[in-house]
Design a protein around this ligand. Structure first.
Ligand code: CTP
Ligand code: MG
Length: 258
């Protein structure tokens, strides 16, 4: 009985193509100041393998991901390229390496600028989250394919959160001004997934300091949806996180029976 001449156009071109090709941009250009002195964070090893290699493999483990763009420390692109050449990746995955910038935001933009045509879905994944399971990666891609222009993996918080006023002197007591309802708060992880045009538009227009890519998309008024993240997608930020990451790898080796 329908006399609709045409289907309603989709707001998200990526959702039109269940076969849409997916690329992952991995910002890896940070120093890792909070981790303490040593090599740039992405090049520090976990279980003998550089964190960046774990992160690239985590993206390449998804059958949907056919290109990984690694954003290397500004003076370290050649080193990163040869490092990746010496570590096996699936045949189906191409890798590009580009030099990064001063801020994470700038590094992601440089990675996006290097993306060839033909990729309609883009993941942005921190090199500092080397152990994200492939099921989480696939869930993010799936939600973009289902029509969401921007998708973030999240976890509920285990700590109660307080809003404070800055202390009068560094390290001094901070007046607490509010206790947000924890049940409505989520901690955000990566990979974050996007319809490519949405992400490119955000990076071309949003200025100011934003700590994640979905935050830029939110500033455009575009809907961002959250899907369940995973505790193993934690960010290696401080020395204790290295201990946890080594423990997760040891448990995986045990479960795999070597
Ligand atoms: N990153 C980047 N370019 C920068 C800064 C950060 O590509 N100029 C990347 C990091 O390499 C990391 C991700 O952004 O994979 C998340 O940043 P974060 O965990 O803060 O890493 P660092 O900035 O390296 O750490 P720190 O803030 O402790 O120096
Ligand atoms: Mg940082």
């Amino acid at each position: 009985m329908s006399d609709d001449p045409l289907p309603t156009p989709s707001p998200n071109p990526a959702s039109d193509r269940t076969t849409a090709r997916t690329a992952a941009v991995i910002p890896a250009a940070g120093r890792g100041v909070r981790l303490g002195p040593g090599a740039p964070k992405a090049l520090r090893t976990l279980g003998g393998t550089p964190m960046l290699v774990h992160a690239v493999r985590a993206m390449a483990d998804s059958r949907a991901v056919s290109l990984v763009v690694v954003v290397a420390p500004p003076d370290g692109a050649a080193e990163v390229k040869s490092l990746l050449d010496t570590h096996a990746l699936p045949e189906r995955t191409d890798v590009l390496v580009v030099p990064g910038g001063e801020s994470r935001q700038e590094s992601v933009k440089l990675g996006l600028d290097a993306l060839p045509p033909g990729y309609d879905i883009v993941l942005v994944h921190d090199a500092a989250r080397p152990l994200v399971p492939v099921d989480t990666v696939d869930a993010v891609i799936e939600a973009v394919r289902d029509g969401a222009p921007a998708v973030v993996p999240v976890l509920p918080l285990s700590d109660t959160v307080k809003q404070v006023e800055p202390a009068a002197a560094p390290g001094g007591p901070e007046p607490v001004v509010a206790t947000p309802d924890r049940s409505l708060l989520r901690a955000v992880q990566t990979p974050q997934g996007f319809d490519r045009a949405t992400l490119e538009h955000a990076h071309a227009t949003v200025t100011g300091n934003v700590t994640d890519d979905a935050g830029m998309v939110e500033q455009l008024g575009t809907t961002v949806v959250a899907v369940p993240g995973h505790e193993e997608a934690f960010k290696v930020t401080r020395p204790l996180d290295l201990v946890l990451a080594e423990a997760v790898l040891a448990r995986r080796r045990l479960n795999d029976g070597f």
